[in-house]
Design a binder for this molecule. Structure first.
Ligand SMILES: [Fe+2]
Ligand SMILES: [Fe+2]
Length: 146
């Protein structure tokens, strides 16, 4: 996206891309909370379940904002291929959260360029949440490795 000439339609499109990935995250965490197996299952189940309310809150915020801008919130999640072992699950979560942070940073710049500083501030909060998700996943991966 060319951030020098951001239109309202560009912003709606960007936020719908984010919304599709929030729904993808809800599906991923819900599935992995159910699928996690082995000796670490209790920890993993709680860990994955705890992410779901925050991702849903992000989705709700995005749907509200898209509507406020005059758009229609998507109901299609971004595509998801489930991993089948704990290590792959956590590495997939790490990759997804990293990509999500990059996407929000880009869209935060777009919001600022468009002149919607309220949206930029909201996206800062979401970037903080996603960074915490990524760091907690990194810590869990390290704990399970040892
Ligand atoms: Fe999120
Ligand atoms: Fe997240």
């Amino acid at each position: 996206m060319d951030t020098t000439t951001i239109t309202k339609e560009d912003l709606i499109e960007a936020l719908n891309e984010d919304l599709a990935h929030e729904y993808q995250a809800v599906l991923m965490y819900t599935s992995y909370a159910a699928m996690a197996s082995g000796i670490h299952r209790p920890i993993l189940k709680t860990f994955f379940e705890d992410e779901i309310p925050e991702e849903l809150a992000h989705a709700q915020f995005l749907a509200d904002k898209i509507t406020a801008l005059g758009g229609t919130p998507t109901t299609d999640p971004a595509p998801l291929t489930l991993a089948d072992d704990t290590d792959s699950m956590l590495r997939q979560v790490m990759a997804a959260e990293s990509e999500t942070i990059e996407r929000y940073v880009k869209h935060r710049r777009a919001a600022e360029s468009y002149g919607d500083f309220g949206l930029a501030a909201e996206l800062d909060d979401i970037i903080r949440d996603e960074t915490q998700h990524k760091e907690e996943t990194e810590k869990l991966l390290r704990t399970l490795d040892t």
